[in-house]
Unconditional design. Structure first.
Length: 190
């Protein structure tokens, strides 16, 4: 990665807590920010666009890029499902004079926080409760009973990581959570 590294914003949460909605709000409100598109080996969902939502690559290609040191960070989130941050994606954003915003899971967020240190603001988006989170995931209609159980077990564990982030935003009321996240980002970039 190039030496002209700027600041970056890391937004992490258990699946279904609302991090993607909050990330979209930050990007709409602050022109200094740019979305860092993660790479994944998971299949593309019907509404997703390659290069906008994720860089969709095969597990084989993912392994090839790991070997070639093409990632800032990566992890196997579920067996055979890889996610990571491509180095060229950050270089693209910093060359444009903007600050990358990461929409990543909790472990990825902590990895990025460790890599970027004081140049990163790490926000943890928390659901009001695990029950509320389960209701949101059910309402999305994307989970089987088995996958819901896996996500809920993972979410319970991820909630224990919240104190390791710079700030926690409880998403009990979306407008308030979005405003709180934007205030934290603006103060950090100032």
């Amino acid at each position: 990665m190039s030496g002209d590294q700027g600041k970056c914003i890391i937004v992490s949460a258990p699946s279904g807590a609302g991090k993607t909605t909050i990330v979209r709000h930050l990007l709409e409100r602050d022109p200094r920010l740019a979305f860092s598109v993660s790479a994944t080996s998971r299949p593309r969902r019907a509404h997703e666009i390659d290069g906008r939502d994720y860089w969709f690559i095969s597990a084989e290609e993912f392994h090839r890029r790991i070997e070639a040191d093409g990632f800032v960070e990566w992890e196997e989130v579920y067996p055979g499902r890889f996610y990571g941050t491509l180095k060229h994606e950050l270089d693209r954003i910093w060359k444009a004079g903007r600050h990358p915003v990461f929409d990543v899971d909790v472990v990825g967020g902590l990895d990025l926080k460790e890599i970027f240190g004081p140049n990163a603001l790490a926000l943890f988006i928390a659901p009001p409760s695990l029950n509320a989170l389960e209701e949101r995931l059910r309402a999305r209609g994307t989970e089987t009973p088995g996958s819901l159980a896996v996500r809920m077990a993972k979410a319970g564990q991820e909630m224990t990581y919240a104190p390791r982030f710079d700030a926690t935003v409880v998403n009990d009321h979306l407008e308030r959570a979005c405003a709180e996240a934007l205030r934290s980002v603006s103060a950090f970039l100032a």
